[in-house]
Design a protein around this ligand. Structure first.
Ligand SMILES: NC(=O)c1ccc[n+]([C@@H]2O[C@H](COP(=O)([O-])OP(=O)(O)OC[C@H]3O[C@@H](n4cnc5c(N)ncnc54)[C@H](O)[C@@H]3O)[C@@H](O)[C@H]2O)c1
Length: 244
């Protein structure tokens, strides 16, 4: 079955590491043209070089997702390079592992700036091109934490990820008439630099925490033609830690 990914232009924010990198790899190995857009440009470049050495077509771009000018420049680079943008994976994010008492106001604003405003700035920018193309897919990273109040992360993180679920529905409503779909992914604890060593698998039904690949497979599904009739939904990827 044709997954519809060959030649599709994909931006993965936070694509230098973790879930973003493995998602980028799955998509690029299936023929997508992928921009690894990350605040860590050096790491993104190394990942891009590695993937291109395996026959992929990727580029690395430095971006700070909560800086409007930086986001506009990043998307312009993608358009200048590949002439269009078909799929945006809003994956860049940070998390603070602190209690409500420990969370500072700076922590609160920082996490909302990157995890929520960052998603919106990137989406607004690509919407311009997707509306002209009359097609596009927006995929945004939410979190189990946003659904259950967070086990170890700050209230700001929880708010940012709950916000992503709402934003996704707004994008689905606003994008529908332009052929743009929007969906979110809500992972449970996943073995990346962000969360490694902080959680145990006892809350899952499958007896293990998620690997980045478990989440990337769902990103792949939402990026592919398999998901063409889905919009406005959040897919839970948590090994049964939340059943509803
Ligand atoms: N790991 C988990 O347990 C888990 C669970 C639920 C949701 N998530 C979400 O998944 C996404 C990916 O997380 P991960 O676990 O792969 O983390 P990670 O730390 O491995 O990767 C995050 C990437 O985002 C980049 N980044 C951070 N701030 C940025 C900014 N301002 N602009 C551009 N890039 C920036 C980092 O450089 C890094 O490459 C995040 O949105 C995270 O909140 C992770």
């Amino acid at each position: 079955m044709d997954m519809g990914l060959k030649g599709k232009v994909v931006i993965v924010t936070g694509g230098a590491d973790g879930i973003g990198l493995i998602s980028a790899e799955l998509l690029a190995k299936d023929g997508a043209l992928v921009a690894l857009a990350d605040i860590n440009q050096g790491k993104a470049q190394a990942a891009s070089d590695d993937l291109n050495g395996q026959g992929c077509n990727t580029i690395a771009i430095g971006v700070d997702v909560h800086d409007q000018a930086s986001v506009a420049a990043m998307v312009k680079t993608v358009i200048d390079t590949f002439s269009r943008v078909d799929i945006l994976v809003n994956n860049a994010g940070i998390g603070y592992f602190k209690t409500m008492d420990e969370e500072t106001l700076d922590d609160w604003f920082n996490v909302l700036d990157i995890n929520l405003t960052g998603v919106h700035l990137c989406t607004r920018e690509v919407f311009k091109y997707m509306k002209e193309q009359h097609s596009g897919k927006i995929i945004s990273m939410a979190s189990l934490g946003g659904q259950i109040g967070g086990m170890k992360v700050t209230p700001g993180y929880v708010a940012s990820k709950a916000g992503v679920v709402g934003l996704t529905k707004s994008y689905a409503r606003n994008g529908g008439k332009y052929g743009i779909t929007a969906n979110a992914v809500a992972p449970g604890p996943t073995e990346t630099n962000m969360a490694r060593g902080r959680y145990s698998a006892e809350n899952t039904m499958v007896g293990r925490l998620a690997e980045p690949l478990d989440v990337a497979k769902v990103v792949y599904f939402l990026a592919s033609s398999l998901s063409d009739y889905l919009t406005g939904i959040t897919v839970d990827v948590n090994g049964g830690a939340l059943m509803r």
